[in-house]
Design a protein around this ligand. Structure first.
Ligand SMILES: *Cc1c(COP(=O)(O)O)cnc(C)c1O
Length: 374
C-alpha cells in the first residue's frame, strides 16, 4: 500500500475539529513511543513549553498541563480542580459550549450560576457587572471565547476587565480560538485557558490542555473531585517527572501535535495563521453572500473560525441533500446548533487555504443549481 492512500482525504473537513490536517502531521503518528521513556517525555516537555510561549510573553508565570480525552475532558478537569469546596462559579453562556461548562459544574456539585445571553446578540456586559457587584460569593467566572455553536467571538478582554475589577478568578474556554486568534493570556489576565489538540493548532484528536497561572494553580492541590481528571496531580507529575503523564498517554497523538506545533512555527506563528483564517472567513462570507446565503451574525460579532448561515428561503432546500451533494464534491460542512433557528455552519480552520474556500464556493454554486435554489 502506498502512503498517499493512507493520508489522502476523500473530502476536506470544514468542521472545526477534528479538522483537515497535513500529511506530515498524520505521518508523525507512524512510530510507536514508550509512554514513560525520556525520548517521549522530552517531546511532551517541548510541547508544554511551546504552548506557554504561544499563550504569552510572560512565560515564567504560566505552565501548560496536558490531559487525556477530548476538549470537554479538559474543561471538566479545570472546573473540577480549580474550584474549592466553598467556591461558586458564574458561567456566562451564549451557546452550547457555555451551557456545557455550567452542566459540568453543576454535575460536580459546585455552586453554579448562569448568566444567560442571547445566542446571536451582543453580550450585555452591564448584566455581568451587576451580577458580580451583587454576589460577592462568586469566586470564579467562566466564558467561552469563540462560541463554536454560532461562530460568535466573545469580547474576553472586556469581560476580563470586569472580572478583575471585582477580583475574581477568570477561566476561558478558548478551545476553538487558541492558536487561531492572537491573544496574550497575561495581558488578558486569564487564570486558566483551555484548548485541545484538534482545533487551531491543527493536530489530531486525543488530548486537551490547560494553560494555568502558576501562582493561582498552586492553591488547588486538594480540590479535585475526580482522580483521572485531577489536573493538579497531572501537573505536579509532569513538572516533577520530566513530562510524565500519570496514566497511559496518547503517544501518537502527542507526536502528531509536536509536528503540528512545528508547522505552526513554519507558517510564521499565530499571527500568520490568524491572518490565513481571517482571509478564509472573509472569502467564504463574501462568496456566500453572492450566492444569497445570509450569515446569522453581524460582522462585528463574527469570529474568523466558523460561520453560521440561515437555510435558504427556497422550499426546495433540504439540508441533508445539500450536505451529501457537497460531500460528493469533496467538502464536509457542519449542521447548525442554534436553538430555534434553521442554520448550518462552515468552519474555515485546519489545513485550508483560500483556494480551498474558492473551490467550496464553486461546489456550493453547482449544488444550488442542482437543488433548484436559483
Ligand atoms: C470543540 C469545543 C469544545 C470541546 O469539544 P470536544 O468535543 O469535547 O472536543 C469545547 N468548547 C468549545 C468552544 C469547542 O469549540
Amino acid at each position: 500500500m502506498n502512503l498517499k492512500e493512507f493520508t489522502n482525504n476523500p473530502y476536506l473537513l470544514l468542521t472545526p475539529g477534528p479538522l483537515t490536517t497535513t500529511d506530515t502531521v498524520k505521518l508523525a503518528m507512524m512510530k510507536d513511543w514508550c509512554t514513560w521513556d525520556d525520548d517521549y517525555n522530552n517531546i511532551v516537555q517541548g510541547v508544554r513549553e511551546k504552548l506557554v510561549q504561544h499563550a504569552t510573553k510572560k512565560v515564567d508565570k504560566y505552565s501548560a498541563v496536558l490531559m487525556q480525552g477530548s476538549g470537554t475532558f479538559s474543561v471538566e478537569s479545570v472546573i473540577g480542580t480549580v474550584l474549592p469546596n466553598d467556591g461558586k462559579l458564574l458561567v456566562v453562556a451564549n451557546g452550547v459550549y457555555g451551557h456545557r461548562i455550567a452542566k459540568i459544574s453543576k454535575t460536580l456539585g459546585i455552586d453554579t450560576v448562569v448568566l444567560e445571553s442571547g445566542e446571536t446578540e451582543e453580550l450585555d456586559l452591564n448584566k455581568l457587572t451587576v451580577q458580580l457587584e451583587n454576589n460577592p460569593d462568586i469566586t470564579h467566572v467562566a466564558i467561552v471565547h469563540c462560541e463554536t455553536t454560532t461562530g460568535m467571538l466573545n469580547p474576553i478582554a472586556k469581560v476580563s476587565e470586569i472580572v478583575k475589577r471585582f477580583n475574581r478568578i477568570f477561566i476561558v474556554d478558548a478551545m476553538s480560538s487558541f492558536g487561531g486568534v492572537e491573544m496574550d493570556i497575561d495581558s488578558l489576565q486569564i487564570d486558566y485557558l483551555i484548548s485541545s489538540a484538534n482545533k487551531c493548532i491543527e493536530g489530531v484528536p486525543g488530548f486537551g490542555f490547560a494553560i494555568v497561572k502558576k501562582e493561582e494553580f498552586e492553591k488547588c492541590k486538594t480540590n479535585a473531585r475526580s482522580v483521572s481528571l485531577d489536573l493538579y496531580d497531572q501537573w505536579k507529575t509532569m513538572e516533577e517527572q520530566n513530562g510524565k503523564w500519570r496514566f497511559t498517554s496518547p503517544t501518537h497523538v502527542v507526536r502528531a501535535f509536536a509536528q503540528a506545533l512545528k508547522e505552526l512555527d513554519e507558517e510564521g506563528g499565530i499571527e500568520k495563521r490568524a491572518a490565513r483564517y481571517k482571509n478564509n472567513q472573509k472569502i467564504l462570507s463574501e462568496g456566500m453572500r453572492r450566492l444569497n446565503f445570509e450569515p446569522i451574525l453581524p460582522e462585528e460579532l463574527q469570529s474568523p473560525i466558523i460561520t453560521s448561515f440561515y437555510y435558504p428561503k427556497s422550499e426546495n432546500f433540504n439540508f441533508s441533500t445539500f450536505y451529501y451533494k457537497l460531500k460528493e464534491k469533496g467538502f464536509v460542512i457542519y449542521p447548525g446548533k442554534v436553538s430555534n433557528l434553521d442554520t448550518f455552519r462552515i468552519g474555515n480552520i485546519g489545513n485550508v487555504y483560500q483556494g480551498d474556500i474558492e473551490s467550496l464556493l464553486t461546489a456550493m454554486e453547482e449544488s444550488c443549481y442542482w437543488l433548484k435554489l436559483v
